[in-house]
Design a protein around this ligand. Sequence first.
Ligand code: NAI
Ligand code: 2YC
Ligand code: MG
Length: 263
Amino acid sequence: MAIKMALLTPSDLININKQLQEADSAVRKVTGLDIKDVCKALYGTSPSSEKVGIVPVTSGNGIIGNFSASLHAISQYFGFDSFVTDMPDVSGYYEAVRNGAEVVLMADDHTYLAHNLKNGKIANNQPCTGIIYAEIASRYLKVDSKDVLVVGLGKVGFPGAAHLVQKGFRVYGYDPDETLLQKTISSLGVIPFDLENPKKFSIIFEATPCANTIPEAVLSENCVLSTPGIPCAISEELRKKYDVQLVTEPLGIGTASMLYSVL
Ligand code: NAI
Ligand code: 2YC
Ligand code: MG
């Protein structure tokens, strides 16, 4: 059975530095912190030019254009000393270690990891992404309620929902996959969100590979939508109509979360 894999495309990653700067200013507007501060608050760590070796991987759908170059730009943006190996795969891994990498960054079609060779810590992009986007949403300065809506309860959404429960929010969740919804209700105590009698939220966290997953009825004026999902969960037209504070970025925020979590 062909698993529908949500893979990045080179066009998602065009001008990653500009995308990172725009995302950083959105995070600052919503939380008063920049992405680095949010990572420091989450993990209690700060980089000091650790050497990061980025290894391209040819398995499965193969190397994605701009992916390694984006990881390099992202690592530098967050204060790491990164390099991309000339060789991919096993040879690239050997090259990274021989050239002094303290942390290795690499991804096949299923797992994107950061591994700190010095302290043994290892991070997976999916939970790290869910947690940091949930954390950003939870720090909305103008929020006046403990209610939060989570749309999409998969490999990124479920860890994000768990993080919000741990932070003491009243988490409403929705996913068309009944098994995932039931698992989230029983294991996290998440309240199933009923699309038939919707309510408005000021904090929404979405993690799906689909567009138009946020019904207009749940949007409140100036609400936060924090979403790693590709494509974007709401149209620009709907975003404008409610002046939604949109926090979204294709790879860098999740990567920062991974790197800070292994220091
Ligand atoms: P997943 O497939 O594990 O989970 C997605 C979930 O969304 C599924 O449970 C599915 O039932 C649900 N869903 C689909 N349509 C929905 C709808 N209309 N309403 C509510 N839920 C709906 O995928 P995963 O790994 O959690 O990734 C989610 C998205 O995040 C993907 O688009 C992926 O490319 C993206 N992503 C982005 C990253 C970033 O840094 N921006 C990093 C990692 C993933
Ligand atoms: O260029 C390469 O080294 C490729 N093997 C990279 C494959 C990454 C596949 N994963 C993804 O596109 C998504 C991203 C959102 C990050 C995590 N999964
Ligand atoms: Mg990201």
